[in-house]
Structures are given as C-alpha cells and as structure tokens.
Design a protein around this ligand. Structure first.
Ligand code: GTP
Ligand code: MG
Length: 467
C-alpha cells in the first residue's frame, strides 16, 4: 500500500511563546503571510507553510503555538512512565486523552505534527537568560522521540548564548544560531544542511531540497535580471505622441506630452518593481510602496541623478555622450552644464542635476502633416544619464527586495547609500552597458540575442550583490 505520508521534509517549529517561532517559519518558508507580532500567544493554531517551486514542495514548516502548560503535561507523562521505547506512545495517549480539553490546546496543536512525523526545531531567545522553565518543554520534546535541533534566535542585543548552548546541548543533537531578520542564502542553506543531519533517511531528501532551493534562488535572480532588462529596453525606446488637430502646437501641448512621457516611464518602473517583489515572494509590501518608490526622491529629481546617475567624467569615459543628437552633446557637456540638447540648451544653470540636464529627457518634436493632422512626438530617450539612473534604481530595489527577510513586518527606513553605485558599476561594465543603452535609445528593434546579452550583464551584477 502506498504511504500517504508526504515525501518532502517537514519540520515543526516549537518553543516558548513569543520567541520568534513564526519569524523563523516566515524566513525559511520565504512567506510574508505568516502572522508575527510582539504579543505572546499570536499563533494559536498549527499551520503549514510549504516552500514550493513550480508545484513541487521543497520542504514544509509548521508554525505552532508556544508551550503554555509544559510542567503539567510533563507531570502527566511521567505519571504514565514507561520504558524509553514506549514514550512516544505515551505522548500519543496524552493527545488522545486531552484532545477536547481546551486547557491543553496549545500543547496538542504543537505536538500533533511532531507525532505525525515532523522533525523538531526548538526555538529559544538567546538574548534572555536560560531558565529552568524550559526544561519541561525540552523533556516533552524528548519524549516524542522525534529528531530535533535547537535554534538560538536573538530578539534583543544581550547575549546569553553560552549558557543556552550548555543547556540545549544536553537535549539536542544540533544547536545552531539563526537570525530570521537577515536573509542570507548561505545561512539558509546551512540550516537546511543541519536538518539533513538529524536523521539518516532525511539526508537524501533534504540534500535534494537544497539543490532545488539553490536552483530556485538562481531562477529568481535570472527572472529579476530579465525584468530589469525589459524595463530598460522599453523605457529607453518608448515614444509617446499627441495629436494636435489643425492648431499650432502650444507650450501647453508640449507640457502635456512631456508629462505623458514621464508618466509612462514611472509606470514602467513601478510595474517592474511589482514584478520583482512578486518574484521574491514579497507581494504584500503595499504599505511600503512609498518607501520602495523612494518617496521624495523622484525618478526625475536631481537627487536621484546624483545618487544613481553617472558623473560628468564617468559619462565621458563611458562614451555615453558619443553620437549625441545633432552632434551637440559632447560640446554642450564640455561647454557648460547641459548634457542634453533641446529644451535644455537654454537652461545652463549650476548644480549637479542641472548639468546632467535632468529635467530634459527627450526633445518634443512636431511631426509633419499626416492626413491633415499634426503630431507632437517625444522619445526615444535622449538623455544619456537616464539609463544609468533607471538601472541603478532598479538594481537598488531588486537588491533590497532579494535580501529582505520575509519575517520583517515593519516599514523599514531605506537609507539612500550614495556609495551603492560603486558596489556594482565599474568602468568596464559601464562601457558594456552603454552599447546596449545606445541600442535601446535608437528606438530600433532590439534582437532577442542583444536583449539576452544585456540581461546577462544585469544578472552578473545581481549575482555579485545578492549572495
Ligand atoms: N529584532 C528582532 N526581533 C525579532 C526576532 N525574532 C523575532 N522578533 C520579534 O519578536 C516578536 C515575536 O516574534 P514571533 O515570530 O511572532 O514569535 P512567536 O514565537 O511565533 O510567538 P507566538 O506565536 O506568540 O508564540 C515579533 O515582534 C518579532 O518581530 C529577531 O531575531 N530580531
Ligand atoms: Mg507565532
């Protein structure tokens, strides 16, 4: 008869209330829907959080309520003491006898998955001193006879991990430290490796899960790079038009079209950010949209230019100025403060943003008669720095999303780090990128191969940043 037991590894995350059990489940299952709060007793029912990729479950974590009456449970078990090989049955007998007794709801919820075969992850807070009250909990877990490991989490700054390690070492084969608030692929994989060591039969399925997890991570990186490559090619080649009718184009018409163009670029950026959040299972960041679109640092602001854009010197070295419209780009750059030609010619003013021609993205052109109608047209992108700003922002966003723990619930202040650019962009890369930016800016159709090559450059950047 085929077994109905799932074949993937399952682990029940258990412990005292309010020690970060749900946070650990959230971080390891990459699931931002796990209920987490600083109110003890937040989790009241056991709930399964499988990590599945393409319909296949890699492993499953069971979030459980904390122990409430460990001493009483242990007293009951000890009253029914039997030889060690029968203790598992006594725990089952406890569950059967008390399953309708609300008093032991939490213990029954947490013991049930373990008795059904789940491995045990016992969570403690290493920032609080060890105490005897934990002994009853650990003793009950020992009675179940299931393979187990302990994770020391640090909710606060203080460190009592030495005393915890001494105590936990007597009950658990494996004792590890884990920080659910930090996302780190190697920390994640190393915990999975520990899980594999708990039981002979688990080695091979857990190893398999690790392989799949690594492939999954690589896939998320690749999909993010693809989304960013598409954003750049679409944004830089975008053309917007406005039909004029018979009248002359007014300044208002030009402004309307410029606004339409900017809106489109913002829309494309926003769409890509959402895609990337979805790829990394961070689809519930609604409240933090303000943060992730860098509120106050608008895509078209001077501040964005100075943080993400290239400096004047970098632009020159990169060759981003070559082939400028009407041959004026280089001259203008050297002459004064304006990189961009067109509307910006007159606007030679000081300041970083100004010399980068920041408000000028592309020239509004009045197109000739077409069936008696006139058109205003803007795009493709003419601003040489814009691609680096858009790309810099996209990489910054992807980096933050990819390294954001799923256990974080608060709105986090995202500091604008002006050295971020140096972490990923060097002269060689700038030159390689520029070739494609130029291609996108030309507005000509970009071949699948070129887009793929550009995507690979971005993927290389993400791989370096997100390890
Ligand atoms: N700074 C910090 N806070 C943490 C850490 N782990 C958990 N917390 C916080 O501690 C509180 C409790 O975390 P939970 O994950 O809900 O704890 P729990 O053990 O599931 O709690 P119950 O379900 O109530 O038993 C939450 O406010 C978390 O944000 C950590 O490593 N660092
Ligand atoms: Mg919880």
């Amino acid at each position: 008869m085929p077994s109905r037991r799932p074949t993937h590894p399952r682990f029940a995350v258990v412990g005292h209330p309010n020690k970060g059990k749900s946070s650990i489940v959230s971080a390891l299952a990459l699931d931002d829907t796990v209920k987490i709060s600083d109110v003890p007793g937040t989790t009241i029912k056991q709930r399964s959080f499988p990590l599945s990729v393409d319909g296949k479950i890699l492993y499953e974590l069971l979030d459980t309520p904390g122990f409430q009456r460990a001493r009483q449970v242990l007293a009951w078990l000890e009253k029914h003491d039997v030889s060690a090989d029968k203790r598992h049955e006594v725990v089952q007998a406890f569950i059967n006898t008390h399953k309708d007794n609300a008093k032991f709801n939490d213990e029954i919820e947490l013991l049930t998955p373990i008795m059904e075969g789940a491995g045990i992850i016992y969570v403690v807070d290493g920032s609080k001193p060890y105490g005897e009250e934990y002994e009853a909990e650990m003793e009950i877990l020992r009675w179940t006879g299931q393979p187990s490991m302990a994770l020391i989490n640090h909710i606060d700054e203080s460190d009592y991990s030495q005393e915890w390690k001494r105590a936990l070492g007597q009950y658990f084969k494996m004792v590890r430290t884990f920080n659910p608030m930090r996302t780190d692929v190697s920390q994640h994989i190393s915990i999975l490796e520990s899980m594999a060591q708990l039981k002979e039969e688990w080695i091979s399925p857990v190893k398999q899960s690790i392989k799949l997890f690594e492939a999954y991570h690589a896939q998320m990186l690749s999909q993010s790079a693809e989304a960013i490559a598409k954003l750049l090619s679409e944004a830089l080649s975008d053309v917007e038009t406005l039909t004029l009718g018979d009248a002359e184009a007014s300044e208002v018409d030009k402004e309307v079209l410029k606004e339409k163009y900017k809106e489109k670029l913002r829309f494309l950026e926003n769409k890509t950010q959402k895609q990337i959040e979805k790829i990394w299972n961070h689809a519930h960041l609604e409240k933090e949209q303000a943060l992730l679109t860098f509120d106050g640092i608008d895509l078209f602001s001077e501040e964005a230019a100075s943080v993400f854009g290239l400096t004047r010197k970098e632009l020159l070295i990169t060759g981003a100025t070559s082939g400028a419209v009407a041959g004026a780009g280089v001259d203008l750059l050297l002459l004064g403060h304006t990189l961009f030609i067109g509307g910006a010619i007159g606007a030679v003013v000081g300041g970083v943003g100004a010399y980068l021609g920041f408000n000028e993205l592309s020239e509004v052109k009045v197109l000739g008669q077409k069936l008696g109608k006139r058109y205003l047209q803007i795009g493709p992108m003419e601003n040489r720095n814009f691609p680096y700003i858009l790309l810099g922002r996209a990489i910054f966003h992807a980096y933050h999303i990819a390294t954001r723990s799923h256990a974080l619930r608060d709105v986090e202040e995202l500091s604008m780090d002006s050295t971020f650019k140096d972490k990923w962009l060097n002269e060689d890369l700038r030159k390689s990128l520029e070739k494609y930016h130029k291609m996108f800016r030309s507005g000509d159709e970009v071949s699948v191969e070129d887009l793929e090559a550009y995507k690979n450059l971005i993927e290389g950047v993400l791989e370096k940043l997100i390890v």
